[in-house]
Design a protein around this ligand. Sequence first.
Ligand SMILES: [Zn+2]
Length: 188
Amino acid sequence: MANIKGKHVIPGESMGTEEEFVPGLGTYVEGEEIRSSAAGMLSEEDRSLSVSRRNLLSSLRSGSVVLGRVENVVEPIALISVLPIQGGNVRFAQLPDNCVLHASRIKDGFVKNVRDELRIGDIVRAKISEIRQGEIHVSTEGAEFGVLKAFCIKCRHPLALLGGALSCSSCGNKENRKLASDYRSVSI
Ligand SMILES: [Zn+2]
């Protein structure tokens, strides 16, 4: 098996077989497969596999690029659950605490209301700007950051980008977001 130490895993992910390894903390066995019972970081010692939850948070650094989902908007901030990215694949490993995105860090230029740029349920690419007392602050400033997938606030249909404007092909609603330059070209 490839080098697995330090790998982020999600609940249910297969990490190896009982032929190779011994199941440890944070794992369960299904058939012959040892799977993770938690979102966290995998470690292996003396052929025993275990998953540590906390290391997921501690593995994030200022400057890390993350995918997240907007869980709530409480002006002037959005609360975002982070989905760490690994090797181009999205890992839906929700952290225990949400990250904070302040209106002033959404884009270059003044943002009066978070809701003018982001809505609950949107998937965003963000950069960790600061980790302070366990609180993670993120930013979506810059062309590659911002909303990757948005949903109609009226009918929840995914919004399409047509002629530079976001619109709902189901109900015709037009909306605005701080978009990432590759909006909807990423499969999520
Ligand atoms: Zn709609």
